[in-house]
Write a protein that binds this ligand. Structure first.
Ligand code: SF4
Ligand code: SF4
Length: 672
């Protein structure tokens, strides 16, 4: 007889199991409509692979896993996909979620499928693939994808495989009837799991309040190395960590996994599903669910298709709505009230409870905590529920985490014993949800911060690279200038450009002087004419009066006339010289001129040979380069902004490259 251990805390609530074990597992049948939530498991929701209007067969995959921690979904019966939309699902928050809706055709026609009766021929990867493809998610209530749980990390040795047949929660008997009626399949499932993970020992743990199930399992396991372990009934022995401690004496560390102590746990329902997947090639499309409570006239267990509306199942069990106060999915300790009877049965639904008010009375209003410490005494996770309650009220999440909130298995034992009827477990559930949401938000903002910083770094790096290039170009130019000066050879192009810029400036100034000269000459002509007119007038008057001044005035007129002629000649000469300059050319229409020029250039270009074209192109580019160098030199001399200088440097660099290419092009055409 194997030694069993005890875990800290625990309670003994009324079991209320006998009501639903009096009859064999019944077939719930095919409802007219099935609602399949895309997320029925821990991890990413599945992704539809069929569309509205598609006809599907029983067992056909209708949604594929999205990521490693995810499972596929299969049509529980044949029919037509009528909707992929949000529907109310069974969740403590009562929220809606994406679902696929199938209108059943009543034919229940299977898709072609095949299993492998001799699974010993399959290797580990093949076994794991079959389990993954069958969409099996932990059927004990947690919904962890079985294939993920069975994918043991490299280097981790599993000593003990445990099948959980504890079913410690009151009212629920789904696993009990499964052990009574399908013990052979459970044992076969255990053997498949043994082949997969190769443990030292395999244990099936069952509480002593299930004698028929124990007997059936012992018979099925006869002659095998699978050990059926019976232990005293206590709630919550079915908790994974608690069961491991009971059967092995090992404690899974806070925040750790069973594999950390060399153990893997699977529910007995999952073992049957694994057997079905590997041996019969059938995906998980149904499960055994207990329908019980005084609100139904025939409490019993049903083999029910996933997606069956709860109302359909309740009717099969003789639902009496007038007696029922609320509908619970799961048991009275860990289950939750559903918002409507239309929510579907999912892979983790082990029980539908329809209690009367007398059965599960509404708890009286919560009173102040009297610090009795009973909650800590019964806590199977050895937590401090009273302190956690205070922290949860004050939303002190860091302290809650420091008090190992996430080790709480939400068994409700603390709430059950609390004399002040404080709904402790509700506080812990809400706090966990808030912390998880906060973590997600923090993760998002952290990702945003990382993205922002990466962008800033990239910009700074680009700026530094530009600056380094600019400095390198400047240094190279200076070095070239120095080398040129030292060699006394060709003049520095930059310096030459500066000189040319100076010359141009001087020329412009000279142009300005020219304009002044013209003005002066014109003014001199006008003034002299006026003087001549005045002098001539005076001379005429003197002649008319017979004045003695006539001779003197005549001399003055003659001199002024000579001056005028000299001024007019100077002006004429000046105009003769400068009229040829373009600035004095008659204005023409600029656009017409440009078009005409361009056309002429094109015509001229088309008449050129390839070599001539290449030469012309080179000359054009050399001119542009020279202009750019001049501009750059002027800009430097004027002390322009750095960005202007950088832009000009870049232009010079680009044009230098083009000149080099054009030179190469010319050489090619010359050689052709
Ligand atoms: S059982 Fe209730 S009253 Fe007693 S310490 Fe815990 S929370 Fe307070
Ligand atoms: S609900 Fe959490 S805190 Fe309360 S007894 Fe259970 S494990 Fe402990």
């Amino acid at each position: 007889m194997r030694k069993v251990f005890n875990f800290h805390g625990g309670i003994h609530p009324p079991e209320n199991k006998l009501q639903s074990v009096g009859t064999p597992i019944a077939d719930a049948g095919i409802p007219p409509e099935l609602i399949i939530p895309l997320s029925q498991h821990i991890g990413a929701p599945a992704e539809p692979v069929v569309a509205v209007g598609d006809v599907v067969l029983k067992g056909q995959m209708i949604a594929q896993p999205k990521g490693f921690v995810s499972v596929p979904l299969h049509a529980p019966t044949s029919g037509t996909i009528t909707a992929i939309e949000e529907r109310q699902i069974a969740h403590p928050s009562g929220h809606r979620a994406p679902c696929m809706v199938i209108a059943s055709d009543g034919q229940d026609q299977w898709i072609a499928h095949s299993g492998c009766s001799d699974y010993s021929t399959l290797d580990k990867a093949q076994l794991l693939a079959r389990i993954r493809d069958a969409g099996i998610a932990g059927m004990g209530g947690a919904g962890f994808p079985a294939a993920v749980k069975l994918s043991v990390r490299e280097g981790v040795k599993i000593d003990t495989l445990i099948l959980n047949g504890t079913e410690c929660e009151p009212y629920i008997t789904a696993d009990d009837v499964l052990m009574r009626e399908r013990a052979q399949q459970i044992v076969a499932g255990a053997k498949i799991l043994r082949q997969l993970i190769d443990p030292v020992e395999t244990l099936i743990g069952v509480e002593d309040n299930k004698p028929e199930g124990l007997a059936a399992l012992r018979q099925a396991a006869q002659g095998s190395d699978i050990e059926i372990v019976e232990f005293p009934t206590k709630y919550p022995s079915g908790g994974e960590k608690q069961l491991i401690e009971i059967l092995t004496g090992k404690q899974v560390p806070s925040g750790g996994l069973p594999s950390d102590v060399g153990v893997i746990c699977q529910n007995v329902g999952s073992a049957v599903a694994i057997y079905d997947a590997v041996v019969n090639g059938r995906p998980l499309i149904s499960r055994v669910t207990t329908v019980t409570g005084a609100g139904v006239s025939q409490p019993q267990n049903f083999d029910v298709l996933i997606g069956t509306p709860m109302s359909y199942l309740l009717d099969k069990a003789g639902y009496q709505a007038d007696k029922n106060r609320r509908l619970i999915m799961g048991g009275p300790m860990m289950g939750f009230t559903v918002p409507s009877a239309e929510v579907p049965i999912v892979k983790t639904t082990n029980c539908v409870l329809a209690p009367t008010e007398k059965e599960l009375p509404t708890p009286p209003p919560a009173q102040a905590c009297i610090r009795c410490g009973m909650c800590a005494e019964v806590c199977p996770a050895s937590l401090l529920p009273q302190q956690m309650f205070w922290f949860a009220q004050g939303k002190e999440f860091e302290k809650l985490e420091a008090h190992n909130l996430f080790d709480c298995i939400e068994c409700g034992a603390c709430s059950w014993v609390c004399p002040s009827t404080i709904p402790l477990v509700q506080y812990y559930r809400a706090s966990k949800a808030e912390i998880v949401q906060l973590r997600k938000d923090n993760e998002k903002s952290e990702q945003s911060r990382v993205r922002f910083e990466a962008r800033q770094e990239r910009l700074a790096r680009e700026d530094a690279e530009k600056e380094a290039k600019r400095a390198a170009r400047k240094k190279a130019a200076e070095e070239r200038a120095q080398q040129s000066a030292a060699a006394g050879g060709d003049e520095d192009p930059i310096q030459a450009a500066i000189e040319r810029a100076k010359a141009k400036k001087a020329a412009q100034q000279a142009g300005a002087s020219t304009e002044n000269e013209l003005e002066k000459l014109e003014k001199a002509v006008v003034t002299t004419r006026k003087r001549l007119a005045t002098a001539s007038g005076k001379l005429q008057q003197a002649k008319a009066e017979g004045s003695d001044l006539v001779a003197a005035l005549q001399t003055g007129v003659d001199k002024t006339q000579a001056k005028l002629e000299a001024a007019e000649k100077a002006l004429h000469d000046y105009q003769q010289v400068n009229e040829a300059a373009p600035e004095h050319a008659a204005p023409t229409d600029a656009a017409d001129a440009a078009i005409a020029k361009a056309m002429a250039a094109r015509a001229a270009e088309s008449a050129l040979s390839d070599e001539e074209k290449a030469r012309a192109n080179l000359e054009k580019l050399q001119q542009r380069l020279e202009k750019s160098i001049t501009k750059l030199a002027q800009s430097r001399e004027n002390g322009d902004e750095e960005k202007i200088i950088v832009a000009l440097e870049s232009t010079v660099e680009r044009l230098s490259d083009k000149v080099a290419q054009a030179q190469q092009q010319l050489q090619t055409t010359e050689g052709a």
